[in-house]
Design a protein around this ligand. Structure first.
Ligand code: PMT
Length: 403
């Protein structure tokens, strides 16, 4: 079931140049099936008009404490909301919300709600980095408010720096995560995910490859990002993804090993979804091997086992997740890999089953934990599988935490 379907979202828009981006956020939330009630502050009017939101939103646009006499709007909107998202949130709105001061409909709604709140700050770098603003952000975070951090980039007036409103994908993803009940439960974690199949060169044009599309790895990276993690995706495939994810492109097992070695040591979670070739040619021909010279003999050697190397050097508290692509004795074989590679979790998929594994948009998996527990996730979209894998990662982290 779509997390947005029939859910009530209050979209607060405060006065900043990024207010125009709230139009796209509004459109996406409505398209996803939510009832969206926009609230524009007086300052937001200077950047964007209520008519634009009236044309897009499913619910009336509110601009003032006094534009809806009965019943009292400052409590009604907040009481009925499943989530409130403020994008962009100015330093002033953040300060008012942190200190509990109410001076207009948006601040009153924020204070008169028990719904989860997502704040998406946007302002100049100097303002964003000011200790008072950072203090207010920390106060809100400590109360459970979800902060979608601004990005670095071009700001109003041509300056470049931190303070640019997160992109609509990231904002909508954070709201989705709240509506699905998970919120930013991975906030503060750094997650490395590998995706796709490695390509091992034979000559200048030919490679040994496999059928991995990268869909499962990308789904894990995207779900982790939506749940607030800082995500590095090491990938052999060129697929579109959420802009907050840092993507490192690689091709061979050796390049993937190098990238993993750079990023894994300082990460909290590593998920090896990639289908790494087990063998590669010992010699790579310089040019193209010519057909008229006869059938070549290609000698193979094993590639480095990236996951086994990670297992051997795992730091305390780090959660290491492998995948196992199997066709028979699926769970037993996966258990063997879990033990041999010193993993916390292994995700076994029977890649001979219809709709499972390589290339499909769906998968079916058994998530096996080092404590012996098994969770079977029947055939589902790869994002649903990703959610289940990340839930298991959190369960392992909780179990590892000192009592
Ligand atoms: O990309 P998709 O089309 O969405 O398909 C998803 C998938 C089928 C590729 C994915 O679900 C999956 O099963 N990935 C693991 C594939 C695989 O290589 O399995 P394996 O059983 O051979 O390897 C076990 C683990 O060791 C894997 O986590 C693998 O990344 C790792 N490994 C393997 C060999 C090697 N040299 N180094 C490794 O790190």
């Amino acid at each position: 079931m779509n997390a947005f379907h029939d859910r009530r979202i209050v979209l607060g828009i405060s006065g900043g140049i990024a207010a125009y981006k709230a139009v796209e956020v509004c459109r996406r939330l409505v398209d996803a099936g939510a009832y969206v009630s926009p609230i524009l502050t007086e300052d937001a009017h200077r950047f964007i008009g209520p008519v634009t939101f009236s044309a897009l939103a499913s619910e009336p646009v509110h601009t003032s404490l006094w534009d809806d006499a009965s019943p009292i709007p400052h409590t009604r909107l907040g009481q009925n909301a499943d989530v409130i998202v403020v994008a962009p949130a100015t330093a002033r709105i953040i300060s008012a919300y942190a200190t509990g001061s109410s001076y207009d409909l948006l601040t009153a709604t924020l204070i008169a709600t028990r719904a989860p709140v997502v704040i998406c700050p946007a302002m100049h770098t100097e303002m964003w980095e000011h200790p008072a603003v950072q203090h207010n952000i920390e106060v809100l975070r400590s109360r459970g408010v979800i902060i979608v951090d601004p990005q670095e980039g071009r700001l109003a007036g041509g300056d470049i720096g931190a303070g640019r409103l997160a992109d609509p994908d990231t904002i909508v993803g954070a709201v989705e995560s709240v509506l699905s009940g998970r919120g930013h439960d991975l906030a503060g974690l750094s997650v490395v995910v590998t995706a796709g199949g490695t390509r091992e060169p034979i000559d200048a044009v030919r490679v040994i490859a496999n059928r991995s599309s990268g869909k499962q790895g990308y789904a894990i990276a995207e779900e982790a990002h939506k749940r607030g993690a800082s995500v590095t995706l090491i990938s052999t495939v060129d697929r579109p993804t959420l802009s907050g994810i840092s993507v490192i492109e690689v091709e061979t097992a050796a390049q993937m090993l190098h990238a993993v070695e750079q990023h894994a040591p300082q990460s909290d979670v590593v998920v090896m979804t990639a289908a790494v070739a087990d063998f590669r040619p010992v010699h790579v021909a310089d040019g193209k091997i010519k057909k008229h010279n006869g059938i070549p003999e290609i000698r193979l050697e094993p590639t480095p086992d990236i996951l086994a190397a990670l297992g051997a050097s795992k730091s305390t508290g780090q959660v290491l997740v492998g995948f196992a692509a199997e066709t028979d004795d699926v769970v037993d074989n996966a258990r063997g890999k879990l033990k041999k590679k010193n993993l916390d979790l292994i995700v076994a998929n029977d890649v001979s089953a219809p709709g499972v594994g390589f290339g499909h948009s769906t998968n079916a998996v058994t998530i096996i934990s080092v404590d012996g527990s098994e969770t079977f996730v029947p055939l589902a979209d790869k994002h649903t599988i990703a959610t289940a894998v990340l839930d298991s990662v959190l369960a392992v982290r909780t179990a590892l935490r000192p009592q």
